[in-house]
Design a protein around this ligand. Structure first.
Ligand SMILES: [Cu+2]
Length: 260
């Protein structure tokens, strides 16, 4: 118990001795004391944000043009899309890195669904985070047929045609799995990767490699950064041991371009 809570308790214990007998004063004062105790109690459940940046070391190979078929090519009248293996932004910041706590207490899934769209014959986003049990909506925003094919190793595989203008597909994954690959059986260049974890403490780096995981309960954790091209088994550079207390924690990562 901290000092403020202790002094509040002392106040309650001594209250009758002070001898203020008027009921209305007592009621008002007790309310204030109970309020103070509640504030103290809430303050003890500490949580803080984890912030950081993932940087890429080295020069990545040039991205390749996607081999679009004519129907998909029409959706890109100007600039043609390329592979998205290394999306590098300002100061070598690396986008599309899935950053997550390796072992955080499991929590009930968010009631807000996540969205995986198909637009211009690409999955969007390319990298997505999802909580086990959280609803995933898969949308077809294109005027062409897609075939949504999830190919997990631990979760249940599914393979569903989705017409142009068809309604959203709803699915969820029961188990943690980093990453679940999505492909399209009509368009062999279409891929997305979904990181599934049992808690809400994850993020995907933005175009400049920045991430923020909000409201992490106080504790010690392994923070993992997973980039699809650079990550290797038992990747020590991709894991940091961190401790969350009551102030934001900064954790930066540097990953190297994978050997060809
Ligand atoms: Cu497709």
């Amino acid at each position: 118990m901290n000092d403020l809570a202790a002094s509040c308790v002392t106040l309650i214990v001594r209250w009758p001795v002070i001898g203020w007998s008027k009921n209305f004063i007592m009621k008002r004062s007790f309310k204030a004391v109970v309020g103070a105790l509640l504030v103290v109690g809430m303050g003890s459940a500490q949580a803080a944000d984890i912030l950081g940046k993932v940087s890429l070391k080295g020069t990545p190979p040039a991205e390749k043009d996607l081999p679009l078929d004519p129907a998909c090519g029409k959706l890109w009248p100007n600039q043609k899309p390329k592979t998205r293996f290394y999306a590098v932004g300002a100061d070598n910041g690396l986008a599309d890195v899935f950053v997550y706590l390796k072992q955080a207490p499991a929590q009930a899934p968010s009631t807000k669904p996540a969205m995986l769209d198909q637009k211009g014959c690409e999955y969007s986003p390319y990298i997505l985070g999802l909580q086990a049990g959280q609803k995933l909506l898969i949308r077809n925003s294109d005027p062409v047929l897609h075939n949504v094919h999830a190919t997990p190793k631990l979760n249940k595989e599914f393979n569903l045609a989705q017409m142009a203008g068809g309604k959203d597909i709803e699915r969820s994954f029961d188990q943690s799995e980093v990453m679940v690959r999505f492909k399209c059986d009509v368009h062999p260049w279409m891929f997305a990767y979904v990181g599934v974890v049992s808690h809400p403490y994850f993020a995907v780096t933005d175009k400049d490699g920045n991430f923020k995981i909000e409201g992490v309960p106080a504790g010690k954790y392994s923070l993992v950064s997973f980039h699809r091209k650079t990550h290797v088994t038992d990747d020590k550079a991709a894991v940091q041991e961190i401790e969350v207390k009551d102030a934001s924690v900064t954790a930066n990562f540097t990953v190297e371009v994978a050997a060809p």
